[in-house]
Write a protein that binds this ligand. Structure first.
Ligand code: TMP
Length: 241
């Protein structure tokens, strides 16, 4: 809260309804400007609920007066379509990672324009998806060359990304996530128990080194997941000046 707001609070007794009301007013006023140009990403294994959470978060922030750009990876451009097409093709795991990176490089430019405009950008998946998923797909191949796949992809990513301000990792066990995905007619090549278990482990490893990553318990009901995200966002950006 700024100095003007604090001055306004002085005539009121500490902790009274009047003081709380005015404090809330100033917090609410400060919140939109502090969030302008904020870059939020949501991550997690398939079936963790991040797409629903991204959409709901966008809706809530818009209702609070923010201009929000909701996007996803693979992106909706022709590059993203090429990535999706590759899911059913037999391709080298190197081709796979380079396709995701190629899409990301251009998607980043697109998001940077929105951020420069002062919009809040929410991306459903971004750089950490490659580190976690392709980190597993390339683990054995790269280990033969004495290379750690997670470190390698982190480095590859760093050349094409804009660092997110905050990343929510919707953490869930593969048993629960696959149970949720049962309603789908067909599962993708990524949606297998052992694979998702390793992807989850990679995500948790990333969370240990990336300060921007906040772990959310995604086994909770969707409303609680969203409430946790909102609480963290407000706590992280409300009081920054
Ligand atoms: P989704 O649209 O359901 O999130 O699916 C995208 C799939 O692509 C999901 O299984 C995760 C996978 N993926 C990667 O393997 N690497 C990446 O870099 C991205 C963005 C997605």
């Amino acid at each position: 809260m700024d100095k003007i707001a604090l001055k306004c609070l002085l005539p009121f007794k500490k902790g009274t309804t009047e003081q709380n009301k005015i404090a809330n007013y100033f917090d609410h006023q400060a919140f939109p400007s502090l969030m302008a140009g904020l870059f939020i990403t949501l991550e997690g294994i398939d079936g963790c609920g991040k797409s629903t959470a991204s959409k709901e978060l966008a809706r809530i922030l818009e209702s609070k007066g923010h201009e929000v750009y909701l996007t996803l990876e693979p992106s909706e451009s022709w590059l993203g379509q090429a990535v999706r097409r590759s899911y059913t093709e037999e391709i080298s795991p190197y081709t796979e990672v380079f396709l995701f990176l190629a899409d990301r490089a251009t998607h980043t430019l697109d998001m940077e324009k929105k951020l420069a405009d002062g919009q809040v950008v929410i991306s459903d998946r971004y750089c950490d998806s490659s580190t976690a998923y392709q980190g597993e797909a390339l683990e054995e191949l790269l280990a033969k060359q004495g290379i750690d796949s997670v470190d390698w992809i982190t480095q590859m990513n760093s050349t094409v990304i804009r660092e997110p301000d905050i990343t929510f990792l919707l953490d869930i066990d593969p048993e629960t996530s696959l149970e949720r995905l049962k309603v789908r007619e067909e599962l993708s090549k990524f949606e297998k128990h052992n694979y998702l278990e390793k992807v989850r482990a990679n995500y948790l490893r990333i969370a240990k080194t990336e300060g921007r990553m906040r772990i959310i318990n995604a086994r909770q009901p969707a409303e609680k997941v969203l409430a946790d995200i909102q609480d963290i966002l407000e706590e992280s950006f409300k009081h920054q000046h």
